[in-house]
Design a protein around this ligand. Structure first.
Ligand code: PLP
Length: 384
């Protein structure tokens, strides 16, 4: 089997697995306990917070550990909206955000907030002009993702942040950075970003752990109340083994990012090189997108059929975002980018890791050509 679904999840580094097991085994003390074992956990958490902060060029006190990106997105969006609603009740996001962002905004709409959902162009990008036009005096939050998980579109986060602050200095900017970290340079010190989300299993860390960067001085209404962990932003006993392991993965990933981007871009371009001339295939990603995501469709053929045909040949690809893969209607994200209903229902995502060989790319090409050869006659038959 060859795994082509790294945007859904990545294999943890061996070192990360070792660290996770070791901390679970030896450092099981509750960090809130005031004895020695509790104190050991406190030290580990402090060190991990420093490592995560370094990777993002921010202060350790600005890192809040969460159970993953879904929680971090919910905390950023609902927490900011509820905290700052006395300033206004207008919020802005895009039509192509991950479900954990999109659904948070739908819920806020039900709670009486007004939400502007910005359209995107055929590449999946929002325009600066649409942001300028949408921001008002009562806009308290804008949330735009860095890299789209279905198409790989890259949003110009630096420019968007500057434009938001130029239009309204009090409007907060949240970025879902899940698919960008490790794939592209990230520097929260220079970007005008107030809130930034990550999930460890997308960069070879463990599942069930993530973080939210909260710019110094900002407050958020906590979603989980109880103890005073995470400076009051998020109650609950800290997940010491997972956050220590995440910090390890984060350091390794950020150190390796330039080489990852270079190597994966070469493999992605090899895929572009052969995929364009496969009969009946529509390629939707392009060279301007993130290096690890290739999105295409075989219009008329349901994604699941092509996915399973490829699986029988040992190629594990994805039909769409992992969280939405069991939904039956075509992807909201792909439809928003202007794909037809037929294209969006037949979308396939290949997402690359850092260890693919040229030989594996050749195997993928063979498998795709064979699958399309098998399926094309069925498609023709269905049309007649
Ligand atoms: N945001 C984006 C862009 C994602 O791709 C994902 C996961 O697919 C998430 C958020 C949610 O991450 P998690 O499921 O780890 O909470």
């Amino acid at each position: 089997m060859i795994y082509w679904d790294h945007a859904a999840s990545t294999p943890p580094y061996e070192d990360v697995i070792r660290t996770l097991t070791e901390v679970m085994d030896k450092h099981y003390g509750n960090p809130s306990s005031i004895h020695q074992l509790g104190g050991d956990s406190v030290k580990l958490i402090k060190r991990s917070r420093e490592v995560c902060a370094n990777a993002l060029h921010v202060k350790p006190s600005e890192i809040i550990f969460t159970s993953g990106a879904t929680e971090a997105n919910n905390l950023a969006i609902k927490g900011a909206a509820l905290q700052y609603m006395s300033r206004g009740k207008h919020l802005i996001t895009s039509m192509v955000e991950h479900a954990s962002v999109y659904e948070s905004f739908l819920q806020l709409q039900q709670w009486g907030f007004e939400v502007t959902f910005l359209p995107v162009d055929s590449q999946g990008c929002v325009s600066l002009e649409s942001i300028t036009a949408a921001i008002r005096k009562d806009t308290i939050l804008v949330s735009i993702m860095h890299v789209n998980n279905e198409m790989g579109a890259i949003q110009p986060i630096d420019a968007i942040g500057q434009e938001i602050k130029r239009c309204n200095a009090l409007t907060l900017f949240h970025v879902d950075g899940v698919q960008g970290f490790g794939k592209l340079p990230v520097d929260l010190k220079t970007w005008s970003v107030d809130l930034y989300t990550l999930s460890a299993h997308k960069f070879r860390g463990p599942k069930g752990i993530g973080l939210l960067y909260v710019r110094e001085g900002l407050k958020l209404m906590p979603l989980l109340t109880g103890g005073s962990q995470e400076s009051g932003f998020r109650a609950g006993t800290e997940n010491t083994p997972h956050l220590v392991a995440m910090a390890k993965a984060m350091r390794m990933t950020s150190e390796q990012q330039p080489i990852f981007t270079k190597n994966v871009s070469i493999q992605r371009d090899r895929i572009f090189g052969f995929i364009r001339d496969i009969k009946g295939l529509h390629l939707h990603s392009n060279e301007n997108g993130a290096p690890h995501i290739v999105q295409f469709s075989f219009p008329g053929m349901k994604s699941e059929v092509l996915m399973h045909t490829l699986e029988l040949q040992g190629m594990l690809v994805s039909t769409r975002s992992a969280c939405s893969s069991k939904q039956t209607e075509p992807s909201r994200v792909l439809i928003s980018m202007g794909l037809s209903h037929e294209e969006a229902s037949s979308g396939i995502r290949i997402s690359l890791g850092d260890s693919h060989t040229e030989e594996e790319i050749s195997q993928l090409e063979l498998a795709l050509r064979k699958a399309v050869e098998q399926l094309y006659p069925l498609l023709e038959k269905g049309r007649n």
